[in-house]
Write a protein that binds this ligand. Structure first.
Ligand SMILES: NC(=O)c1ccc[n+]([C@@H]2O[C@H](COP(=O)([O-])OP(=O)(O)OC[C@H]3O[C@@H](n4cnc5c(N)ncnc54)[C@H](O)[C@@H]3O)[C@@H](O)[C@H]2O)c1
Length: 347
């Protein structure tokens, strides 16, 4: 088993789970300084074979694949800065798109076809996702700067009527990426689908919602909102919530994500398979902030009249398909998960 990006947040948790289950695990990771400020951020079981290398660099991919010939590859190596990707598009394109093609070319060069590839994709591929107004389902374009300045937070139907967001579900929600990171994640899906189909091998694409939990980088300022709020709440700072506080996200705990990846590996797909992984429960950013503030005894969060261009209004998924196809279900509530994260931060 080879995990690219295996020294990262999700990869190292998965490596521990796989080693516990007696898998032979190798990791290829460049130890990106934005994620790994120092060696303390690397937490892998001693039995893992570690290759320091860059997925965009053909010789690095050659070394890892020739030496290890993995029967399964979990592809996690990526540039993950959604906002950053707008000003650093080439870096995101290079690592996420070219890094994926380099890995495949290296497999071709060493004449090896793994039995299975697993990709951690993102809910970002859906953009604003599908919304419903009356009986009409529609895909709103990204919210414009002018809309946000006018505090028009929710997308509206074609005649301006109110609409509600629908939970994303791979077998019925069209991907419509609205930022560069998301476009590169969708490109990874397409590239791997084409290659695995041509080589008659298995592909599982897991579109992850907002993953949080112990092990997440706290020094990377581009890390998710849960880690950021948890750190601030621990310091008894007041949390600021943007828009009207009702941006919706689906926060999924790291152990649940690891179990979903583990299930996908244990039960390879006969054909390319796309599943959404989340808690399945919508949480507003205000609710998240209130929950963390209350546990940490921090001041009541404040809704501030600010917004970030490019933020989608609502993101959550329907996990029925994942439950059926992967025989998996999330176990961690947001309350339990955030307490575990706070305990870890407090250590
Ligand atoms: N964390 C989330 O909420 C989330 C949500 C959706 C999708 N994902 C996807 O899951 C995957 C893992 O995310 P994560 O949260 O563990 O991120 P992370 O930043 O913690 O880990 C990524 C790892 O990839 C490595 N890496 C970066 N560029 C590389 C390169 N060129 N060559 C080799 N290694 C490289 C980094 O050093 C890091 O160890 C990513 O593909 C990401 O797009 C994550």
């Amino acid at each position: 088993m080879l995990i690219t990006g295996g020294a990262g947040f999700i990869g190292s948790a998965l490596a521990h789970r796989l080693v516990e289950a007696d898998h032979d695990v190798a990791v290829l990771d460049v130890l990106h300084p934005q994620v790994h400020a120092d060696d303390a951020t690397i937490n892998l079981p001693p039995s893992v074979r570690f290759f320091t290398g860059d997925v965009t660099h053909a010789p690095d991919c050659d070394v890892a694949l020739r030496l290890f010939k993995p029967s399964q590859i979990v592809h996690l190596a990526a540039e993950t800065g959604t906002a950053q990707s707008l000003s650093e598009a080439s870096r995101h394109g290079s690592v996420n798109v070219v890094g994926t093609t380099q890995l495949l070319d290296a497999l071709s060069r060493c004449g090896h076809v793994p039995d299975q590839l697993v990709l951690a994709s993102s809910r970002a591929v859906y953009g604003e996702g599908a919304w419903q107004s009356g009986t009409q389902v529609f895909y709103p374009p990204p919210r414009s700067h002018a809309q946000l300045v006018a505090n028009e937070w929710d997308p509206r139907g074609s005649s301006g009527e109110p609409a509600v967001p629908l939970a994303s579900r791979a077998d019925r929600t069209e991907p419509r990426p609205t930022n560069i990171y998301a476009a590169t994640k969708l490109a990874q899906e397409h590239i791997l689908a084409a290659w695995t189909a041509a080589h008659d091998t298995s592909l599982s694409v897991l579109r992850l919602q907002n993953v949080y939990g112990p092990g997440q980088s706290l020094t990377n300022s581009y890390t998710g909102i849960v880690a950021l709020f948890a750190r601030l709440a621990r310091q008894k700072q007041s949390l600021e919530v943007y828009e009207d506080g009702r941006i919706v996200r689906d926060f999924v705990y790291i152990d649940d994500v690891v179990e979903a990846l583990f299930s996908a590996i244990a039960e390879p797909a006969a054909q390319a398979r796309y599943v959404d992984i989340g808690s399945g429960a919508p949480t507003t950013i205000h609710e998240l902030a209130q929950q963390l503030a209350s546990v940490c005894d921090a001041p009541e969060p404040v809704v501030v009249p600010r917004f970030r261009d490019g933020d989608v209004r609502a993101a959550r998924c329907d996990i029925e398909q994942a439950m059926t196809e992967l025989h998996w279900r999330p176990k961690w509530s947001l309350d339990e998960g955030t307490r575990a994260l706070l305990d870890w931060i407090g250590k």
